[in-house]
Design a protein around this ligand. Structure first.
Ligand code: 5GP
Ligand code: ZN
Length: 119
């Protein structure tokens, strides 16, 4: 999928509405439409990068900033005692939306174990 018909690019432009957690010139964080935990939001670069597998050295500063704001956003959303970051990547990682995003999951009680038993 390219930037033109990418759901998350359309969220960045506001064409598709979202419940924003944070926005600045380079990054957007918004609540997942189908939350899997009491706190579940996504953080994306506004730039259309298809996946973590497509990162290049020129993205280092952007990704550093992205990872750097997660903790404060998670705390602000009420996950004060930790959280989990997941970045599904490609076919093996079962990535559905091909615009790089990290899931931030948390809440008051500990999350389930890392990965479910094999299907
Ligand atoms: P992936 O499997 O690619 O890591 O996760 C994509 C995530 O994006 C899913 O958790 C899904 O619920 C979320 N999502 C898909 N479409 C939309 C949307 O239009 N708005 C919001 N807020 N989340 C979306
Ligand atoms: Zn995109």
């Amino acid at each position: 999928m390219n930037a033109e018909n990418c759901i998350f690019c359309r969220i960045v432009t506001g064409e598709i509405p979202s419940r924003k957690v944070h926005e600045d010139d380079d990054l957007l964080a918004f609540h997942d439409i189908n939350p899997l935990a009491p706190v579940h939001f996504l953080v994306i670069p506004k730039l259309h990068i298809p996946s973590m597998a497509g990162l290049e050295p020129r993205h280092e500063q952007l990704m550093g900033r992205l990872m750097g704001i997660v903790g404060s956003l998670a705390a602000r959303e009420g996950s004060v005692d930790g959280f989990r970051v997941i970045c599904n990547t490609g076919r093996i990682g079962r990535q559905d939306v091909h615009h790089l995003h990290v899931h931030v999951l948390g809440g008051q009680s500990p999350l389930p174990g890392m990965i479910a038993r094999p299907e």
